[in-house]
Design a binder for this molecule. Structure first.
Ligand SMILES: CC(C)(COP(=O)(O)OP(=O)(O)OC[C@H]1O[C@@H](n2cnc3c(N)ncnc32)[C@H](O)[C@@H]1OP(=O)(O)O)[C@@H](O)C(=O)NCCC(=O)NCCS
Length: 155
């Protein structure tokens, strides 16, 4: 099913900044364990020059978001992706990831990387659907007993 929401870029200094960030922080707290959530550091993360955030709003409510960054001059990364539980399976994750990849490609990069817990099957499937390949399994990435796949998408 295709997403029926519009993907919007969160603009620095926009009037809706606080409202959107507050909603996303709430979502982060609900979806991710503390050590994986950006809830506490969201504002600082977003103020970094080499990063951005896209979100989908439906009926005035943020239902999903994706963060991307350019950690080096030659690589981009997807640092966060989440869709509210009752809005999943409707194509929003796909729409957000597609838009984030497009954003990443606005700079000359050789690859786009990301990390994902192998147990997050929907996310792993979504990334593979878009052509991300699993390069390696990094033990202790999220916490002592939670590894991560490091995945790359070559341009
Ligand atoms: C991963 C996530 C963002 C997917 O969002 P979504 O809006 O439900 O995804 P979509 O409806 O766009 O589905 C796109 C693809 O994702 C995969 N997928 C989605 N839900 C799935 C499920 N329950 N089981 C298996 N694969 C699934 C499929 O490949 C699907 O493509 P298909 O419909 O052709 O099979 C969402 O499940 C989520 O927020 N999960 C919790 C947070 C998370 O794990 N984030 C990633 C951390 S890095």
């Amino acid at each position: 099913m295709g997403s029926n929401g519009t993907v919007t870029e969160l603009q620095r200094n926009s009037t809706n900044w606080t409202v959107v960030v507050d909603e996303i922080v709430k979502m982060e707290k609900k979806i991710f364990p503390k050590h994986e959530s950006l809830a506490r550091s969201f504002d600082e993360e977003l103020k970094k020059k080499n990063s951005g955030l896209l979100y989908i709003q439906i009926h005035g409510q943020v239902v999903g978001h994706v963060m991307y960054a350019w950690p080096t001059s030659l690589s981009a990364s997807i640092t966060k992706l989440a869709v509210k539980e009752n809005y999943r399976g409707q194509g929003h994750g796909e729409a957000l990831l597609e838009a984030a990849i497009k954003k990443c490609r606005t700079r000359t990069v050789l690859c786009i990387t990301l990390h994902v817990d192998p147990l997050r099957t929907p996310a792993v499937n979504l990334y593979k659907k878009f052509g991300f390949q699993v390069d390696t399994l990094i033990q202790g990435f999220y916490s002592a007993d939670r590894p991560a796949y490091e995945c790359t998408f070559l341009k």
